[in-house]
Design a protein around this ligand. Sequence first.
Ligand code: C2E
Ligand code: MG
Ligand code: MG
Length: 568
Amino acid sequence: MLMELRLAEVIFEHSSEVLMITDAKAHIISVNTAFTHTSGYTASEVLGKNPRLLSSGEHNAAFYRTMWGAIHSNGFWAGEIWDKHKDGHLYPKWLKIIAVKDSEGKATHYVSIATDISVRKANEENIDLLAHYDALTGLPNRTLLHERIKQLISAAQRDKRKFALLFIDLDRFKYVNDSMGHAVGDRLLQAVALSLRNSVRECDTVSRIGGDEFGILLREADIKEAAHVSQLLLDRLLNQPYEIDDIRLTVQASIGISIYPDNGLDIDTLSKHADVAMYRAKEEGRNCFRFFTAEMNARINHLFSMEKDLRLALERSEFYLFFQPQMDLVSNKLCGAEALIRWKHPTKGLISPVEFIPVAEETGQIIAIGEWVLRTACEKIAAWRQQATLPFSVAVNLSIHQFRQPNFAQLIAAVIQEHAIQPGELELEVTESIMLSDTQVALDFISAMREMGLKLSIDDFGTGYSSLSYLKKMPVHKLKIDRSFVREINIDPNDEAIVRSIIGLAHQFNLQVIAEGVETQEQQDFLRELGCNEIQGFFYGKPLPEQEFLSFVQAESQAFNGTKNDDH
Ligand code: C2E
Ligand code: MG
Ligand code: MG
């Protein structure tokens, strides 16, 4: 018996497994050499203590509850657990705890047997690393890129989002490799990898998919976003020469882009199309990017060149305001004007706001342009106050992008003060989208405008989402019936019904109504009959440059006085 005990002691001491015995109250009563090896604690440091001193803090209370639950009910527990070494580092071990019970089934001791599994874990991670990452650049490889695309497809499908896949091929990389050697080539690839990684957001994936080919997955990107990133990448690569062994190397690339879902719904199609686009970029001169479809390329070219021209337009004072008169249907008098922007492009001539305002909105340039419109309109109001013979208000269109600017209300207040604009002289036209964005913000804005004596009208009414509930909350002044309903008002009974309802609705809410795009006498008469308050359109007057508009105002005033005099 003594011999058996002695044998057990030797086995305990020299076992390569980490062994620890506690009493029923969980006081450590014995540990072996392997324990000291893995935990850093000698026997004397832990005897009498609770094994809690090994705990890493990585597991929550529920974890330990489950563990003890199993020991109490099954007599043992086994699993992976993280412990803390005496020097503070954490390490994983595979642990089995066995309850030793007396003849009555009461636990008298707990024996824990553990193996340090850090090495195995590291190997597993290494295998994962090898399987998913490129050894040279440390970037995700094609396999991981595909996994990410797959995940993104299901997320994008669910949230109806777009994303972009970019294939980037370095131009003439083979030449570097052949003439300067593979070592230089490798270091160049590493440098390029870093610069690509630093040019996109954290959530985007940059991967190396082959020799000198990289793939970038841009989460949430439409064609504009993808084009901007591509241009940025090309500029960065070109403008940052890489210094490798005292050799200065510049890199050019060709980029092909496909957009989900426009250019494909699955990995294969998206990849194939990004590839086709990349070859087109190579064919068409390299150092450029191309989308999969010709139409996308045309759109982005148009957008980019217009963006460039718009930047110059403000500097070169190429914008003008035209003014379109508005008439009161009861008094037949001029009652206001809408300021409409015009762009006189040096080579392309007059460009319609329908063409450039959406671009300005997309590029953010609407903020500066909108401010110019507001300032210019207020300047004109102040200047005309003396000359003009009829009192009227001038309406200025606001874009939702301006409205979203913090301090927009303060900007308006400042401009108004600068030109001493009086209540009723300035009107702001907003679209329904503003009403439907953050309600509280919209409400605060409208209240601020009212306090300044500015009237607010809702432009293109009926074409938006037409959630009418905002009308009861928002103290706006006027609805502008969109011209699409006015066009066939006396032909299409549906349009008639819509216009009739809008007028009824407006009056119910004590709002004024103005109809846009009135082109004929018939339309005007019909609108008057329906109780519409005002009209604006080619029939009464087209948008006119300032001088012609002032002549129009004068003629109106004289005609009106003339009729008035005739009456007496
Ligand atoms: P909108 O605010 O609805 O302006 C009315 C548009 O209808 C003007 O087009 C005007 O010329 C046109 N129009 C007026 N009467 C008639 C008519 O009888 N028949 C027809 N067919 N059209 C008529 P415009 O000047 O080309 O402006 C188009 C749009 O561009 C405007 O629509 C407005 O949304 C935007 N816009 C114009 N100026 C500005 C501006 O300064 N800022 C902002 N954010 N947008 C502006
Ligand atoms: Mg308008
Ligand atoms: Mg309109």
